[in-house]
Design a protein around this ligand. Sequence first.
Ligand SMILES: Cc1cc2nc3c(=O)[nH]c(=O)nc-3n(C[C@H](O)[C@H](O)[C@H](O)COP(=O)(O)OP(=O)(O)OC[C@H]3O[C@@H](n4cnc5c(N)ncnc54)[C@H](O)[C@@H]3O)c2cc1C
Length: 393
Amino acid sequence: MAEGFDVLIVGGGAAGLMCALTAGQRGKRVLLIEHAERVGKKILMSGGGRCNFTNTGTAPEHFISGNPHFCKSALARYTSADFVAMVERHGIAWHEKELGQLFCDISSKLIVRMLLEECAAGGVRIETACRVEGVRHTEAGFELQTSQGGFSAPALVVASGGLSIPRMGASAFGYDLARQFGHQVLPTRAGLVPLTLSGTHQERLQDLSGVAFPVQATCNGARFRNFMLITHRGLSGPAILQISSYWQPGDDLRLDLLPGIDAAEWLQQSRRDRPAAELKTVLAEVLPKRFAQRLCEAWLSSRPLRQYGERELAGIASVLRAWPLVASGTEGYRTAEVTLGGVDTDGLSSATMQSRRVPGLYFIGEVVDVTGWLGGYNFQWAWASGHAAGSAL
Ligand SMILES: Cc1cc2nc3c(=O)[nH]c(=O)nc-3n(C[C@H](O)[C@H](O)[C@H](O)COP(=O)(O)OP(=O)(O)OC[C@H]3O[C@@H](n4cnc5c(N)ncnc54)[C@H](O)[C@@H]3O)c2cc1C
């Protein structure tokens, strides 16, 4: 005989915990099932252990989805200010790093503790190290067979996240279940992920691993200005992670190596002011020296500036403005922060996250085809979608 609840939630990450505490505090009998040995593992590892828990500038345009309007309703009804209010109620100190990104002063453990305290206040039962072995749709709702017995409820919330970081418990559970119930799942791929280089590009850059500088990355109409970091295998850093979500193999990806500087104008001015200076010398004043040198050896040449004609100078400017980057791939789910694609929003209500096909079935968080930029937006989506479902249950 299955033990009965009002709501069963599969996945004890950011979205599942928020949904559980919201529904629990509204008087619902909630069971949260997590297959890892503890909840909130990604919260713990996020933001370098300090959890970039929201972004004060959150807006729908910071999300990638087959339907860019889908996220609007939930984001409007549970805002970053709402989450900050909870953080402050728990006395957790935080600071703004840049661009509206809020981090814990001390540790992301405090965010998990806060969510667990809120769940406890709502009487939520949490089962960890609990494997779901089967899901049955019954007249009364849903029945789950698990490694810890059978559970039933009229509502089932899928909060099992995406495929990123398999060693943290990521699984395809949510996608498989969505398909089982007739939902479309849009193709998934790694997002917010370092890009890999191969061939001459890698050979030319690999010994510069560790060098970082600001760039503006552009691909498929998206544009991000931030730091790029050269790694052993390719490129990382916030500008690259952001653009990776818009890039697919074969796409044209360009880097402005001197963002904020008009390269053509700057080169002309440098030639006028210091005609005897070599290109690599002046470039080393605006780029890391080792990168400037490599750029000249491998992509440009380096001579005294007076020896460059107009056309040559214009050619150099165009390389600096739109350095073509031929990435061979990404580092994949092993290091990706998020999974793009997922449960098609067409099959869900944007107000409640409930399935349009199967009453009582809900999908929240990263398993849904809504993926945020880097900077706290993904957690804000998890909180907002979890809250939307938790309020509707
Ligand atoms: C290294 C890293 C750093 C990040 N830093 C940030 C950041 O600072 N700010 C930000 O906004 N976003 C960050 N993100 C992204 C953010 O962590 C996710 O977008 C967010 O956690 C998604 O929440 P979720 O609840 O949907 O999924 P998850 O947090 O992934 O939770 C899903 C849960 O479901 C469990 N689960 C999976 N399958 C099953 C199953 N079959 N049965 C039971 N349980 C299951 C998993 O173990 C997991 O606990 C980071 C991601 C990574 C990988």
